[in-house]
Design a protein around this ligand. Structure first.
Ligand SMILES: [Zn+2]
Length: 120
C-alpha cells in the first residue's frame, strides 16, 4: 500500500468526480394525480415498461397523461378451494361425506334427526 493511501477509508470514499461522466439517456414521464399534483419521473430510455401509474406524494395514485390507460388484462381465474375440491370429488361423493358428518354431529348431540337427503 502506498503512503498516500494510508488512513483513507477504502471502498467508502471515492475520489472520482462527475467530470466527463455521461449520464444514461433518460426520458421524463409526467404523472398527474386526481387532485392535480404533477409528478415527474425520469426513466432510462432503455426502460422496457414504463408504469402507467405512480404513487403521488399525497398518497393518491397518479397516472400518465401522455398515453391512454392500458387495456385491462383479462383477469386470470383464481381457483378457489371449492374449485379444487370439485376436481377431486364429485357432488355425489361430497353429499355422502356431508351426510356422514351430519350423522356424526347428531350422534354427539344424542339426537337422531332425519337425514337431509336419502342416500342412494
Ligand atoms: Zn397528489
Amino acid at each position: 500500500m502506498s503512503e498516500s493511501m494510508r488512513g483513507t477509508r477504502l471502498g467508502y470514499l471515492s475520489y472520482e468526480t462527475d467530470a466527463h461522466v455521461v449520464p444514461a439517456e433518460r426520458q421524463v414521464i409526467a404523472y398527474t394525480c386526481p387532485v392535480g399534483h404533477q409528478t415527474v419521473v425520469p426513466f432510462s430510455v432503455e426502460a422496457e415498461e414504463i408504469p402507467f401509474e405512480w404513487g403521488c406524494r399525497c398518497g393518491r395514485t397518479a397516472s400518465r397523461t401522455d398515453v391512454d390507460a392500458p387495456a385491462a388484462k383479462p383477469e386470470k381465474h383464481q381457483r378457489s378451494h371449492w374449485d379444487m375440491l370439485l376436481e377431486r370429488r364429485t357432488i355425489a361423493d361430497l353429499e355422502v361425506l356431508l351426510q356422514e358428518r351430519i350423522d356424526l354431529l347428531h350422534l354427539q348431540d344424542g339426537v337422531k334427526r332425519t337425514p337431509l337427503r336419502k342416500s342412494a
